[in-house]
Design a protein around this ligand. Structure first.
Ligand SMILES: Cc1ncc(COP(=O)(O)O)c(C=O)c1O
Length: 389
């Protein structure tokens, strides 16, 4: 008798045929600017470890110390019996880092984005979401009962028209600060002004901006000089750990504690993750040169990619879209770059819009100028080869 899941054979073959099948590929060891994959050293140009902290011995030691002090796991949801000392300690640090009154931890950026919109907007309300927002925010809008309007990427005029045309009780604008597949940023100052004029709440996802942008590394909102109603940040990218948080007013955090289902109904973060994040915040404050270094490398990469003809003019973060078009071309480019010693993934739909499959190139403070130059030379060859095909 065929199993009830036998349809998966054909479905998986269909994904393969369209170049959309995804597969795991384990690293042999820790994250870093050079990683070992299947016994081969590759320059890693696809992590989000922008400050090079994920394997930093100080974060590892802080994770171990927190686990020794407070255990390997939290053992329960925060509201049940899992509210450990390190959670409150990290929340206070994050609030001050983000220039906010309070912060509330979430298990991941995905959890935060999936749960917060529904806590703020209900069926009588409307959400306005940038068309290129991260999948987790899209899912968060779907999970809320509010009517969701998607506005063209970064288009403040279109957003204004939508906001003015809605009869909704409450309005919530949600946007990534830095778009993770394009490296560009939302026009936050203009959006914040519009939200103020239209009485809309503003939710900003700073997953790729936290630790990287702004005078103190607090993010793009800091750089733009604005205070959104909700600032979401993650601990798993530049801060080298795992988890996420919402920062804002004390009332906001109180409300989310009682109403955000992805906060309430899940086990609290393990102490090790919180200990590592606290250590990352110390390093961030003590070593501003890490941010300066990744910014310098990013400027070099930006110039090089522009010279190769790629449109990176809007990039503000150490993330570069090398847009190649069809899935198969991006996959082949990724394969050829690997032959030359570079790990850089092909990003395909649904992560990016159809026809814009790309190599997503990211840099960390641990990379060298020589690696950036070697990457650009290899890319030049690969792209020329693909154009001849
Ligand atoms: C913009 C954005 N928001 C949220 C997330 C999810 O964060 P996390 O990895 O902590 O779940 C990501 C992660 O890739 C992201 O790029």
């Amino acid at each position: 008798m065929p199993g009830a899941l036998s349809w998966l054979d054909g479905a998986l073959a269909g994904l393969s045929a369209k170049g959309l099948r995804r597969a795991l590929e384990p690293l042999d060891g820790a994250q870093g600017p050079v990683v070992s994959v299947g016994g081969r050293a590759l320059v890693n140009l696809c992590s989000n470890d922008y400050l090079g902290l994920a394997a930093d011995p100080r974060l590892v030691a802080a994770a171990v110390a927190a686990a020794q002090r407070e255990g390997a796991g939290a053992g329960a949801a925060r509201l049940v019996a899992g509210d450990l000392p390190v959670h409150g300690q990290l929340e206070r640090r994050l609030a001050s880092f983000k220039h906010a009154e309070a912060a509330l931890l979430f298990s991941s950026g995905y959890h935060a984005n999936a749960g917060i919109p529904a806590a703020l907007a209900d069926r009588e309300d409307a959400i306005f979401s940038d068309r290129l927002n991260h999948a987790s925010l899209i899912d968060g809008c779907r999970l809320s009962l509010a009517k969701t309007h998607r506005y063209p990427h970064g288009d403040v005029d279109a957003l204004a028209r939508l906001l003015r045309g809605t009869p909704a009780r409450r309005k919530l604008v949600v946007t990534d600060a830095v778009f993770g597949m394009d490296g560009d940023a939302a026009p936050l100052a203009a959006i914040a002004g519009l939200c103020r004029d239209e009485g809309a709440m503003l939710y900003v996802d700073e997953a790729h901006a936290t630790g990287v942008l702004g005078p103190t590394g607090a993010g793009w909102a800091e750089a733009e000089g604005i205070r959104p109603d909700v600032l979401m940040g993650t601990l798993g990218k530049a801060l080298g750990s795992f988890g996420a948080f919402a920062a804002g007013s004390a009332n906001l955090c109180e409300w989310l504690t009682s109403r955000a289902r992805t906060f309430i109904f899940t086990t609290a973060l393990p102490p090790a993750a919180c200990g590592a994040a606290l250590a990352a915040l110390d390093v961030l404050a003590a070593e501003p040169d890490r941010r300066a270094r990744v910014a310098r490398l990013a400027a070099r990469m930006k110039e090089g990619l522009a010279a190769l003809g790629f449109d990176v003019s809007r990039v503000v973060a150490p993330i570069f879209p090398v847009v190649l078009g069809e899935e198969a071309v991006a996959l082949e480019a990724s394969r050829r770059m690997r032959e030359r010693g570079f790990l850089v993934r092909a990003i395909r739909p649904p992560t990016v819009p159809a026809g814009t499959s790309r190599l997503r190139v990211s840099l960390t403070a641990g990379h060298t100028e020589a690696q950036v130059d070697a990457f650009l030379a290899a890319l030049r060859e690969v792209v020329a080869g693909l154009r001849r095909c």
